[in-house]
Structure formats: structure tokens, C-alpha cells
Design a binder for this molecule. Structure first.
Ligand code: NDP
Length: 478
């Protein structure tokens, strides 16, 4: 019988024992998977100190040399896809195919960010003074704290560490309590490629202790966080004393607008896929639909059938299922509460609407709710589960007003065959991303950023890369 693994923090290039531990369980069946450090303030301090000690030598390396380590990590990831994907499925619950996509995408992302090494550019600015040259340099910020969610835990490591490291920063990562195992696996690959010690560190534990210690430290120069609005706001308050730079991705309530002239086959297929991927636990998947009255009945009927046909269960025991469990009991209870409240307020249950009793795990039935209204919580709060609420509208104008009336502003989508409608929606929808005739999966060369409470700053592409730098303007009279 194999023993339950006990992980160690990765600090200053070494795996270090912890005094106390947390247990990690499989959300599909409750099995105990591992014990991971419940780090204390002194562990966090040690990791921050290591990252500070390493930053000068790391920043002094040519960017192309820093990037070579990212490429080596990408290669090691590709050598280990099945094992890494299995680990993600075990602790997070996503289906194996998606876990493999996540692992491969992570490797591609590291390679993509490595390509920026020779493209980091400053500026030469015209001076008012004779003989003077003004230079704008780009420099690393120093030490980054990367605080991770559980929904794409492996990819999020790369999304934070790759731009941080290629621009010359060092990093301390805190994985989610729910999904730390894959982060320790990542740390082992980092060790194998010989990354200089202290450049990449991992400390696990609770947000309330480890997260608080990291985000309140005066020796951390930037906090890069993905997670909930409530936690983002807490982090902002905690960082205020040091005025630490923040990069916050705080989720969404993505509206999908389906117009009367839409290709309904496409809209149903794309919105359903977006609602069940990762069991609906994605910041940019369709969280609410506004469908034009002329096609509303047909859309609701087709969507109900499509969602009802979704298969779900324990992804390792039943590899063919389309959907795994929700992450934990709190997630399951939240989805159940929101659906119950919506039905109580008059929403019509088309399919689903209950916890799926499989005898194990946190499974919720794929659910469609019709007849929703803007005043219902289900149309305003992030569900983070396989539940699609639908509201009927009479025009694109009405849909745009409703879409924009949200605390969130991360992603949005529009289904139409009319270029004029699509362009008008793009002009008038106040969101960081808009997909036309498709759903989520942003490109690594794009810029994933939201407005309103969806966050501050963004990730990916050139603009995401430069978030990890500060400028220095040099007035050179020589
Ligand atoms: P949280 O935002 O609470 O957690 C995300 C990360 O922040 C975890 O690593 C967590 O630690 C850490 N954290 C928690 N409290 C603090 C703190 N005070 N200081 C620093 N770090 C902290 O999300 P939940 O896991 O509780 O999920 C709740 C909801 O958040 C979801 O239902 C969903 O609506 C939203 N969410 C959005 C995501 C997105 O992609 N934007 C991703 C995940 C969640 P730990 O969990 O280890 O204690």
C-alpha cells in the first residue's frame, strides 16, 4: 500500500520540513491525497528573505539566460504530462483531458514568455536640453508574491512566475490549500533544471496566515493574486501600509448575449461548453445569458436538452465523463443556495437544480434556469458552478445595459451574424474582454484584464509582462 506523501516547502533551493500540516483531499471521492505544510510566519519570512537575497544576481543575468531556465522547465513539464495531469485531476477534480490541456498550455506559456527575453524594450526620449539624452529603462520590481486559486492551479504558477522571472524578479508562490500538490511537483522540476536558489520559492498554508504574512510584508515588491473579490479586497487593505504594487484578477460574471440573428447551433454549443468546462469554475465562462425574445424559447429548449445530456462523475474512476465535482463542500453549498434562491424568486427550472447524489464527492447537476431577472442574485453574483441562468431581452440595447450593470467586468460574449451588431456591442460593452461568436479561452498573447471589481491590472502578452517591471527615466548629459 502506498504511503500518503508529505510535502515540504521549497525555500532557497531546498525542500524544507514543516512543523504542522494540512490535509489535501480528492473532491470527487474524499480520498486523502497528501499532507502539505501549514506554514508559519517564520517560514514565510524565510522564503521572502531567500527571494530578496537572490534578486540582485538574478536581475544581473542577461534576460536570455533567465529565459533559458523557463524553456528547460517547459521541457521537463512536457516530459511529465500524464503524471502532472493526473495530480491536477486528483486534487482539483477537472476531467483528465482538460488537465492535460492545462499542463501543455503551461509549458507553452513558459516558452512564450521566454521569447520576450530579447524583446524587453525601453525608450529613448527627445530632450529639451542640448546634448542631453533621455532614456527610459525597464527594471524588475524585486520580489513578487504569487497567490494562487485552485481552478487552474498549475497554469497559474506559470502565469505569475514566467513574466516575473524573465523580467528579472524573484518570486514566492502560495498555492491554494485545495490544490498545493501540483505546485510542489512544479518546484521539483524547477530544482531539476538548476534554477539559482531563492529565485522560485513555494510556501503552502492558509490564506489567513500565509497569505496575510506575504501580502503584509514590506520586503515584497508586488502582489499578483487571482481569486475572489472579497480576498482581493482584504489583500489590498493589508498591502496598503506598504503601498505594495497590486495585480488582482478577481473573477467575473460573464454575460453571453444571444441575438435573434445568431447561429443558434453555435451559441448553444459554445455556451454549454463554457458552462460545464471545469464544472463552471472558470473566471471567464458564461455566467448569465441575455437572449433576444424572437429566439428565446428555442434557445432555452435546446440549451436545456444540451445541459441535461452532460455526463458527470469522478473523472479518474469514469474517464469519459464531461464534468467532475465542484472543488469543495463550500462551493457545492453556495451553488445549491443560489439555485434555491433563484427558484424561490420565480426562476423556472428547465433542468437540474439539485446536488447529484453519487454517494461521494461534491457533484451538482448541470442546471438551466429560465425566466431570470436582473434583480436576482443568480444574475449578479459569481456562481462558479454548472448553472446557467437565462433572461429574455427585447433588443441589443437592453442586453448591453443589463450586461454593463454588474460589479464585474472581466469577460463577455455576443452571438450574432451581423457585423454591425457585433461592432456596436464591442463599442458599448464595458468589459476587459469580449468574444464574438465564441466563448472563453483567452490567448497567451492577449491581455487578460477586467474592469470594475474584476481586478486591477492584467496578465499575458506584452502588457502583462510589463506589469512586472518599473520604469526608470535617466537624464544623461554626457
Ligand atoms: P479565495 O479568493 O479566498 O482564495 C484564493 C487564494 O487566496 C487562495 O490561495 C487562498 O488561500 C488565498 N487567500 C485567502 N485569504 C487570503 C488573505 N486574507 N490573504 C492572502 N491570501 C488569501 O477563493 P476561494 O477559494 O475561497 O473561492 C471562493 C470564490 O472565489 C469562488 O467560489 C469564486 O467565486 C471565486 N474564485 C475566483 C477565481 C478566479 O479565477 N478569479 C478563482 C478561485 C475562486 P487558501 O485557499 O489556501 O486558504
Amino acid at each position: 500500500m502506498s504511503q500518503t506523501p508529505t510535502h515540504q516547502n521549497y525555500i532557497n533551493g531546498a525542500f524544507i520540513d514543516a512543523v504542522e500540516h494540512l490535509e489535501v483531499h480528492n473532491p470527487a471521492n474524499g480520498a486523502l491525497l497528501s499532507r502539505v505544510p501549514e506554514s508559519r510566519a517564520e517560514d514565510v519570512e524565510r522564503a521572502i528573505a531567500a527571494a530578496n537575497d537572490a534578486k540582485k544576481a538574478w536581475a544581473a543575468l542577461p534576460a536570455v539566460e533567465r529565459a533559458s531556465y523557463l524553456r528547460k522547465i517547459a521541457t521537463r513539464i512536457r516530459d511529465n504530462v500524464p503524471a502532472l495531469a493526473r495530480m491536477i485531476t486528483e486534487e482539483q477534480g477537472k476531467v483528465s483531458g482538460l488537465a492535460e490541456v492545462e499542463v501543455n498550455f503551461t509549458a507553452d506559456y513558459l516558452d512564450y514568455m521566454a521569447e520576450w527575453a530579447r524583446r524587453i524594450e525601453g525608450e529613448v526620449i527627445e530632450s529639451d536640453r542640448p546634448g542631453e539624452t533621455i532614456l527610459m529603462l525597464r527594471k524588475p520590481l524585486g520580489v513578487v508574491a504569487g497567490i494562487l486559486p485552485w481552478n487552474f492551479p498549475f497554469f497559474l504558477i506559470a502565469r505569475k512566475m514566467a513574466p516575473a522571472l524573465v523580467t528579472g524578479n524573484t518570486i514566492v508562490i502560495k498555492p491554494s490549500e485545495e490544490t498545493p500538490n501540483n505546485c510542489f511537483a512544479f518546484a521539483r522540476l524547477v530544482e531539476e533544471v538548476g534554477l539559482p536558489k531563492g529565485v522560485f520559492n513555494v510556501v503552502s498554508g492558509a490564506g489567513a496566515s500565509v497569505g496575510q504574512a506575504l501580502t503584509g510584508s514590506s520586503r515584497v515588491d508586488m502582489i499578483s493574486f487571482t481569486g475572489s473579490v472579497a480576498t482581493g479586497s482584504r489583500i489590498m487593505a493589508n498591502a496598503a501600509g506598504n503601498l505594495t504594487k497590486l495585480n488582482l484578477e478577481l473573477g467575473g460574471k460573464a454575460p453571453a448575449i444571444v441575438l435573434g440573428d445568431a447561429d443558434l447551433d453555435l451559441a448553444v454549443k459554445a455556451i454549454r461548453a463554457s458552462r460545464i468546462i471545469n464544472t463552471g469554475q472558470v473566471c471567464n465562462c458564461a455566467e448569465r445569458v441575455y437572449v433576444e425574445r424572437t429566439v428565446a424559447d428555442e434557445f432555452v429548449t435546446r440549451m436545456g436538452k444540451a445541459m441535461a445530456a452532460t455526463t458527470f462523475g469522478d473523472p479518474l474512476a469514469q474517464p469519459d465523463v464531461e464534468m467532475g465535482p465542484l472543488i469543495n463542500r463550500a462551493g457545492l453549498d453556495k451553488v445549491g443556495r443560489m439555485v434555491k434562491a433563484a427558484v424561490g424568486e420565480g426562476a423556472e427550472l428547465i433542468t437540474g437544480g439539485a446536488v447529484a447524489d453519487l454517494g461521494h464527492g461534491f457533484h451538482y447537476q448541470p442546471t438551466v434556469l429560465a425566466g431570470c431577472r436582473a434583480d436576482m442574485g443568480i444574475m449578479r453574483q459569481e456562481i462558479f458552478g454548472p448553472v446557467l441562468p437565462i433572461q429574455v431581452v427585447d433588443s441589443l440595447d437592453e442586453a448591453i445595459v443589463l450586461a454593463n450593470d454588474s460589479d464585474y467586468g472581466l469577460t463577455s460574449s455576443v452571438y450574432t451574424r451581423s457585423l454591425a451588431n457585433a461592432m456596436r456591442a464591442c463599442r458599448e460593452i464595458d468589459y476587459g474582454e469580449t468574444y464574438i461568436n465564441r466563448e472563453n479561452f483567452e490567448a497567451m498573447q492577449g491581455y487578460h484584464a477586467g474592469v470594475r471589481k474584476s481586478g486591477i491590472g492584467g496578465a499575458d502578452g506584452k502588457h502583462g509582462l510589463y506589469e512586472y517591471t518599473h520604469t526608470q527615466v535617466v537624464y544623461l548629459e554626457a
